[in-house]
Design a protein around this ligand. Sequence first.
Ligand SMILES: [Zn+2]
Length: 74
Amino acid sequence: MTCFFCKGNMEESTTIHTVQLENCIVVIKNVPCHKCDKCGEVVINGEVAARIEEIVSGFEKVLTEIAVVNYSAA
Ligand SMILES: [Zn+2]
């Protein structure tokens, strides 16, 4: 896989993904992604993005300001 921006090499990695909702920030740890070894660009595939949406939608009704969740345990 090649980086869209710098044509560097994208390697399998994990990242921290943060989503800001109206009342809450959801921090998802250990999100599988590809990361560029040159510029650090992170790409999350569609399947993972859909899972993130699922995880986040579960937090929309929770009255907490910040939630930290582990992707692999969610
Ligand atoms: Zn790059």
